[in-house]
Ligand binder design. Structure first.
Ligand SMILES: Cc1cc2nc3c(=O)[nH]c(=O)nc-3n(C[C@H](O)[C@H](O)[C@H](O)COP(=O)(O)O)c2cc1C
Length: 165
């Protein structure tokens, strides 16, 4: 069994979750940014992680998911977002990630809050989507993902692997 952990991360939050997941994998494994991934077909299972950009995956994330997630390949998605998990909009955003995976077999899904950095807030404040401009005001995200959230990510990795192996 060969497992890939691939992530997109501008400010490090999704990378932190990726590393927590990677640490839990006991079989053959690799971790890399999505831009270094050639073909997830070379792996038995791929954990793929992205930040939420404008209520779902951004263009690059969509392209990656569309290109690689086919032929019933086993993928487990993990996503970070600036809003807290209980915010009512979050399920719709996560559905947008699932929807970007056309032909793969989604064997696991995990999402958690990630700090909105100062730079990200600046970008979000001038974003064309009014809702994203609103999310730039979120003040609850500082320090996320914290240890409790990273532990949940580890549990997600263990659970997914137990079901697949
Ligand atoms: C352009 C842009 C758009 C974003 N849109 C959203 C959004 O719609 N909802 C949300 O909760 N967070 C949004 N965020 C915040 C990021 O999803 C969040 O901070 C994430 O953890 C960043 O992950 P990273 O550090 O791996 O890049 C946005 C950030 C940027 C830069």
């Amino acid at each position: 069994m060969k497992v890939l952990v691939a992530y997109m991360s501008q400010t490090g939050n999704t990378k932190k979750v990726a590393e927590a997941i990677y640490d839990e994998i006991t079989c053959e494994k690799e971790i890399k940014p999505i831009k270094e991934v050639q073909d997830i077909g070379a792996y038995d299972l791929s954990f793929l992680g992205f930040p939420t950009h404008g209520s779902g995956p951004d263009k690059k994330a969509r392209e990656f998911l569309g290109r690689h997630c086919k032929d019933g390949r086993k993928v487990a998605l993990f996503v970070t977002h600036g809003a807290a998990e209980h915010v009512p909009d979050v399920p719709e955003w996560m559905a947008n990630f699932r929807g970007a995976v056309a032909g793969a077999n989604i064997v696991g899904f995990f999402d958690c809050q990630g700090e909105i950095s100062k730079g990200a807030k600046f970008v979000m404040r001038i974003h064309p989507d009014e809702k994203v401009r609103g999310w730039a005001k979120v003040e609850t995200s500082k320090g996320q993902p914290d240890e409790a959230r990273l532990e949940k990510a580890r549990a997600f990795a263990r659970d997914t692997l137990n079901r697949i192996v």
